[in-house]
Design a protein around this ligand. Sequence first.
Ligand code: COA
Length: 136
Amino acid sequence: MTPFEMAKLHSLSGDHTRPWSEIEYKNLLDTNTSRLFYTKNGFLIGRVIDQDAEILNVIIHPDYRRLGKASKLIGTFEKEAKDSGSLRCFLEVAESNNSAKKLYSALGYLKVGQRNNYYKFVDGRKDDAVILSKEI
Ligand SMILES: CC(C)(COP(=O)(O)OP(=O)(O)OC[C@H]1O[C@@H](n2cnc3c(N)ncnc32)[C@H](O)[C@@H]1OP(=O)(O)O)[C@@H](O)C(=O)NCCC(=O)NCCS
């Protein structure tokens, strides 16, 4: 999957924050701690740094949701992170993002922190970031 395709999927995702651009995805992929896993209709990008892994984004095309695709990508990333020596996986999710929060809860992620007013949506609204973590 190319940075262009990732940015396109992001723009279709319904994410209320500013979609990441092709250049931003390219720069992320050029970083040697980054890991990308993808299927035809979605991707996960994360990073693995020693004992801590982090999911940066998981996006599945709206027409292909609730088919277990995100769960599978997350499982693959957790295995890669564990095999690389990570003990925990972190991520940030908007407080209002109920589908993502349900997904991570179903996979065993627990709240470990919160950043108030962390996200600024394109319509000007703000939202808190919830920080989740899972032992892997
Ligand atoms: C969040 C997202 C990645 C989930 O992808 P997905 O492939 O549909 O997720 P899965 O099919 O693996 O879902 C697994 C479980 O998570 C929960 N879940 C996922 N989406 C849900 C929803 N919209 N409502 C309620 N529960 C949901 C359910 O428990 C689901 O199991 P079930 O379908 O058997 O009930 C997808 O909705 C998406 O791309 N959203 C926009 C981008 C985004 O918010 N990414 C997360 C950034 S942190």
